[in-house]
Write a protein that binds this ligand. Structure first.
Ligand code: ADP
Length: 307
């Protein structure tokens, strides 16, 4: 079983010719609503990749409102097990208010809401799921104490702990979290916040990877977007060149990457192979619009891996 412990949002996206300035009211031409939040995106993408056979569950909170119902329905359509998703009586569901202009420029307000109330009680309720997990995916859109405790419990239960350090705090991560991480997967900006180096090529990514491991993570995967991905662990290191795709929307490429990494590691693959699978998932996600909606099926990934 694979678990994602993290955030759930509904994304409300307005498409308008220009973005509003302070005090201005503008009219959008259309809008869309969809599942968002890194915790939910990674769980949904992983459930789609894994198919019905492999249980992929999400631990987190939604509000007792229409957005919470929508999030649950959407997660279930992807095949995500929502048994450990709680209803928060005191807070609404997390929302991302997104404006996108004609040039694709965006402006986003995130309201963490129920995500910011995730605590140890949620982990207690999900203890059976954590105990049976092979891989646990974590991100940083719920309170840090909950992330640290989730990592600690997952590791104690023998699971492989993946941390997508997004959004990365400006002052890095607490040592208590570094100590529990099996694989940390930052992009360029996040790498800079965690170790003070902004990697632009494979050699710089190798330096950054070593610095990430020196912090305490057992393995590091440094994502360079369209420039490929570097990995290193105790057994070795490697660089995966980007898969050639026609990217139209890079939203959630990182979430689909992490979903693929979790699935492949849960099948017992060594890190290098799992990163290659993940890179194919990330590349395919850029060829479709949307967040979790852009997640590929496994057959598409296998086909791209043969190229
Ligand atoms: P994040 O969304 O976390 O910033 P990236 O933008 O680095 O992450 O994308 C995650 C992964 O998706 C990359 O490491 C790469 O494997 C894949 N990817 C992203 N953009 C492209 C692209 N234009 N072409 C091919 N692969 C891509």
């Amino acid at each position: 079983r694979i678990l994602s412990i993290g955030s759930v949002n509904i994304d409300l996206t307005a498409y308008s010719p220009a973005l509003p300035r302070a005090g201005e009211t503008i009219h959008a031409t259309r809008y869309a609503t969809g599942l968002g939040g890194k915790g939910a995106n990674q769980a949904a993408a992983c459930a789609r990749l894994a198919g019905a056979a492999c249980g992929v569950a999400l631990v987190g909170r939604v509000g007792k409102d229409a957005f919470g119902t929508q999030a649950r329905e959407s997660l279930s359509k992807f095949g995500t097990d929502c048994r450990w998703l709680s209803d928060d009586a005191g807070n609404g569901t997390g929302l991302a208010l997104i404006g996108i202009d004609a040039r694709g420029e965006n402006c986003i307000t995130v309201i963490g809401a129920s995500n910011m109330a995730v605590d140890v009680g949620d982990l207690d309720r999900a203890q059976a799921a954590i105990a049976g997990a092979r891989v646990v995916m974590l991100q940083l859109e719920i309170p840090m104490p909950a992330v640290i405790e989730a990592a600690r419990r997952a590791r104690a239960a023998g699971a492989i702990v993946l941390l997508d350090p997004a959004p990365a705090p400006h002052d890095g991560l607490p040592d208590a979290l570094w100590a529990e991480i099996d694989v940390v997967t930052p992009n360029e900006t996040e790498t800079e916040r965690l170790v003070g180096l902004r990697p632009r090529d494979a050699a710089q990514a190798a330096d950054a990877g070593a610095a990430l491991r020196a912090k305490g993570a057992r393995a590091a995967v440094v994502k360079l977007g369209a420039n490929g991905v570097y990995w290193c662990d105790a057994t070795g290191s490697g660089f995966i060149h980007p898969f050639a795709v026609t990217a139209i929307d890079t939203v959630a490429a990182g979430d689909c990457f992490n979903a693929g990494l979790a699935l492949s590691l849960s099948e017992g693959r060594p890190l290098g192979q799992a990163v290659r699978f993940a890179a194919a998932c990330g590349a395919l996600a850029t060829t479709k619009r949307g967040a979790a909606d852009a997640a590929p099926e496994r057959a598409e990934v296998e086909a791209l891996l043969l190229t």
